[in-house]
Unconditional design. Structure first.
Length: 242
């Protein structure tokens, strides 16, 4: 039995109305979650004493954040070269005093070395479909407070907690305990992508990973941090930045 054109139009309008309501509801729910990023946790953070301070940085660009740490902390016995060995890199990173670690969607990370390489398809694929993640590790010759580097001071024990969190984000290690590389593609001679744990999607973003990382060290940060602003807005100011 065939349906009249009028009845089909009514059904189509009803379906479009329902779809629009669902979309508005989803956007509203996500917007409500975004507000959580402006509610801080770890409000009891205190500036570490002068004899128990580790300097870390939160590096940021237009949309992304990374954690920057000393490559070696002899007092705590932490050496990131053991997990991310210099021989994995094309350049000589052995003397680099800092290492930057970030987490994100594999396709977006690997295929977008610069903003000129940005593809809308990569953005939507990353946000709306749970996908494979990688760690991006970059050895740095310099790190200092500035517009794209927020300095944060933590205690030795807080730094240990941060280290544990980052190590738990490594997807797989080889027989020597070194993280396994994810691809031969790099941005330059001092960086490398590694296999990571966790799936990337709009409720688990690169900035959410950074937020959880600094939260594990007792640093003030938003409850939920899908955007870089929610990572940065509650970070404590070090004496050097005041």
């Amino acid at each position: 039995m065939s349906h009249s054109p009028t009845l089909l139009r009514l059904r189509l309008k009803r379906w479009l109305r329902c779809a629009a309501l669902v979309l508005v509801a989803l956007v509203g729910i996500y917007a409500a979650f975004l507000l959580l990023g402006f509610i801080p946790i770890n409000r009891d953070y205190q500036l570490p004493p002068a004899d128990d301070r580790v300097r870390i940085f939160i590096r940021n660009n237009e949309i992304h954040t990374d954690v920057v740490m000393p490559t070696v902390h002899e007092g705590l016995g932490i050496d990131w070269r053991e997990l991310f060995p210099p021989e994995h890199f094309d350049g000589d990173v052995e003397p680099a005093p800092y290492v930057s670690v970030g987490w994100g969607n594999r396709k977006f990370f690997v295929e977008t070395p610069t903003w000129a390489d940005l593809k809308i398809s990569s953005v939507f694929g990353a946000l709306f479909w749970p996908s494979e993640s990688v760690l991006h590790v970059d050895y740095l010759l310099r790190a200092a407070p500035g517009p794209n580097m927020r300095e944060v001071l933590v205690t030795g024990e807080q730094y240990r907690e941060l280290t544990r969190f980052i190590r738990s984000s490594v997807g797989e290690c080889d027989q020597h305990g070194c993280a396994k590389t994810a691809t031969e593609t790099t941005y330059g001679i001092t960086d490398r992508f590694y296999l990571a744990s966790g799936r990337y999607h709009c409720f688990n973003t690169c900035n959410q990973w950074t937020g959880r990382a600094v939260a594990s060290a007792g640093v003030p940060v938003g409850i939920w941090t899908p955007l870089k602003q929610q990572v940065l807005c509650w970070l404590p100011t070090s004496p050097e930045q005041r």
